[in-house]
Design a protein around this ligand. Structure first.
Ligand code: GLY
Length: 339
């Protein structure tokens, strides 16, 4: 992993004969010029609604039109959708060409860029088709964050808070200050600390069989809320990943007090912080029946039931917790009562 724009520019200059850039309309306008070289590029439309196999087919057709070969490097310049989908499409094209990830959102920097998970949504289920396949290189350049609004950064802050909640109380405390007060300066080091927590889990368990699952704290419920919201709203009005996961962390925080020994005081602390996003949403909190189809399709599930990753305290995660439907209903009610 490289952490400055000059390394990226040098890499592009050295490999310009092989690079094709995948971007979206935003990153094409604001980020592509920073590469400084005129490398071939193409765009897919912006947004989670385009993270699907149709877009992959479009990417494969474009790569074929550009005459891509096994020497080609697909440089994915964008947020989580571009990084996840681009890496997946590259991994399939001609049985696999190289991909380089250049995340341009805070969320993609602290999550999608690290760990080799890639893929697309399928039949309304999040990241249902994909693979484990590490990118050849990852560039974390905080210069791309200069054009992001606080609202867009919230998506990343939520994942960073999650990293603190599952593994490092002091990281949680530091990110909390940024999350709660707009216009605070985000230090690059804090981004790197967050990535280090994720990387530590991935290095121990690349295939997501054990400790890596802790990174999914808040995501069993969060992904279900996000998928349900995408189904009932226009894409522009659906809940973002960060907001959905924040709601998921409140519900799974509640479940953690009932199943994993999280104290009521710590649940209160987490709830007060995450409530900042709850107050901003106009949707009703979905019911268990709304979420059931998505919860039953969660990739962590086994025959034992709905598998959540929980926390035993702030800074300590636990995985493979099988949760009764009645407890999920109670958790959703707890969340609904906060509104
Ligand atoms: N986003 C969770 C993981 O990479 O395992």
């Amino acid at each position: 992993m490289k952490t400055d724009i000059f390394s990226l520019q040098t890499y592009v200059q050295k490999n310009q004969a092989n690079i094709i850039v995948l971007a979206d309309e935003h990153t094409m306008n604001y980020c592509y010029p920073l590469l400084l070289e005129e490398v071939p590029y193409f765009n897919v439309p912006y947004g989670e609604g385009y993270k699907n196999l149709d877009s992959c087919e479009f990417i494969w057709k474009k790569l074929a039109e550009f005459g891509a070969t096994r020497e080609t490097i697909l440089l994915c310049l964008g947020g989580g959708v571009i990084c996840d989908m681009g890496a997946f499409a590259a991994g399939c094209f001609q049985r696999g060409i190289r991909s380089v990830l250049v995340p341009t959102s805070l969320l993609a920097m602290v999550d999608a860029s690290v760990g080799g998970k890639n893929g697309v949504n399928f039949m309304g289920y999040k990241n249902y088709i994909g693979s484990f396949n590490e990118a050849e290189e990852i560039f974390i350049c905080d210069i791309f964050l200069e054009t992001l609004s606080y609202k867009e950064k919230v998506n990343g802050y939520v994942e960073m808070l999650k990293h603190g909640l599952i593994a490092d109380r002091s990281h949680y405390d530091q990110v909390k200050m940024l999350f709660l007060q707009e216009n605070q300066h985000l230090e690059n080091q804090l981004i790197l600390d967050s990535i280090a927590i994720k990387k530590n889990h991935v290095d121990q368990d690349f295939r997501d069989q054990g400790i890596r699952k802790r990174l999914n704290f808040g995501h069993t419920i969060g992904h279900a809320i996000e998928s349900f919201s995408l189904k009932i709203n226009d894409e522009n009005e659906s809940l973002s990943h960060g907001v959905s996961v924040a709601l998921g962390m409140i519900v799974e925080g509640y479940i953690s007090t009932e199943m994993a020994g999280l104290s009521k005081d710590e649940l209160h602390e987490i709830t007060i912080v995450l409530q900042r996003v709850v107050s901003g949403i106009s949707d009703d909190i979905p019911t268990y029946d709304d979420l059931k189809p998505y919860l039953l399709k969660d990739k962590k599930n086994t025959d034992l039931g709905i598998n959540c990753s929980l926390i035993t305290s702030i800074g300590q995660g636990v995985h493979d917790q099988y949760v009764e439907a009645s407890l999920i209903k109670d958790g959703l009610e707890f969340l609904a009562n906060l509104k």
